[in-house]
Design a protein around this ligand. Structure first.
Ligand code: FAD
Length: 298
């Protein structure tokens, strides 16, 4: 089923929903473990599951395989990420045809980051320069439901928030049915993104990206790479527990619970959890929020 239709159903019923994002593990052992975890997490009733496209196109075969397996054996709706990094148009077409043949219905279309060791994104020969081009290609040639990325604090390469948001508008014009945000830790940034979207007439659903923090150094690294900020008060607490991962994980659960609760209180129906292939934190957060299930928005 197309995720856009599912989202429309939740909206019609005034209900919240959430999705879980996983990345393909490197080893077969890791893959088996992850499938067991996904099996357990299916009972949390996510609206859908995302599988990332490995940076620079690495693990791309695994992404497609995982999507097929999860949809077929776990009965979950799946969204496959696809990036343009190191991908010629012919390779992109091949992946999309394979996805279509296997009844996958949903693609998150991304440009991707520059490959490791490169500062700037350089398209593959004859390849797409931006997600906008990938979206246009998929919309013109396939029937997938399409999603695209947006950035509450602006994309790292962008000169300013309005320019960045105008490109998001172009993503929607080129076929994105809904948007998923980069991770953020200050809900005000998300609310401001929603205001910019409204001003520019972007009227597709925007799903809020939440990453429950697991480890101080890891989250500092992630946020510095993707340009999201850690609010000072949160950072002070992270520093306090820099050598205590259990304490940081509990702090992450508590923080994310409050973030999601506030989003839902403000009528934001959809939340996307960057699960990082772990189930403990997200299960706890949903438990704190008296879920699983899809509750009425207050
Ligand atoms: P674009 O939309 O192309 O934007 C890149 C930059 O170019 C921005 O500064 C934008 O303002 C500007 N821009 C956009 N369109 C145009 C245009 N037409 N002309 C000129 N400038 C333009 N990475 C992975 O490798 N694998 C994944 O699975 C993955 N999943 C992600 C999921 C989500 C929800 C998010 C938010 C990010 C994900 N990423 C993933 C990271 C993503 O690849 C990077 O953020 C990347 O740097 C930008 O991708 P994009 O699709 O937003 O690019």
């Amino acid at each position: 089923m197309k995720i856009s239709e599912k989202i429309a159903n939740y909206k019609a019923q005034g209900k919240t929903f959430y999705s879980f994002e996983f990345f393909p593990p490197k080893t077969d052992f890791g893959m088996d473990n992850l499938y067991s975890r996904i099996d357990r997490m299916a009972s949390l009733q996510p609206a859908y599951i995302d599988i990332t496209w490995g940076a620079g196109g690495s693990t791309s075969n695994k992404t497609l395989e995982m999507c097929k397996t999860i949809q077929k054996y776990f009965g979950l709706e799946v969204m496959m990420h696809l990036t343009c990094t190191n991908m010629q148009v012919s390779s992109i077409k091949k992946v999309l045809i394979e996805a279509e043949k296997n009844d996958l219905s949903n693609i998150l279309a991304l440009r991707g980051d520059p490959p490791t060791g490169q500062d700037n994104f350089v398209p593959a020969e004859g390849g797409f320069k931006h997600a906008t081009e990938l979206l246009r290609h998929v919309r013109d040639n396939f029937e997938f439901c399409l999603a695209a990325a947006c950035y509450p604090e602006g994309h790292v390469e962008s000169s300013d928030l309005i320019t960045d948001m105008n490109y998001v508008k172009m993503k929607v014009e080129n076929g994105a049915d809904f948007l998923v945000t980069q991770l953020f830790y200050d809900n005000q940034d998300f609310f401001r993104l929603m205001e910019r979207a409204e001003t520019l007439g972007i009227d597709v659903p925007i799903i809020a990206g939440i990453l429950p923090i697991l480890n101080t150094n890891q989250i500092r690294r992630f946020t510095s790479l993707c340009g999201s900020k850690i609010p000072d008060e949160l950072d002070i607490q992270l520093e306090r527990y820099v050598d205590d991962d259990d304490a940081v994980r509990e702090l992450g659960i508590e923080y994310a619970t409050r973030q999601v609760q506030e989003l839902w209180d403000q009528g934001i129906a959809g939340v996307h959890f960057y699960v990082l292939n772990r189930n403990y934190s997200v299960s706890k957060i949903l438990d704190n929020l008296k879920l699983p299930g899809h509750i009425k928005i207050p």
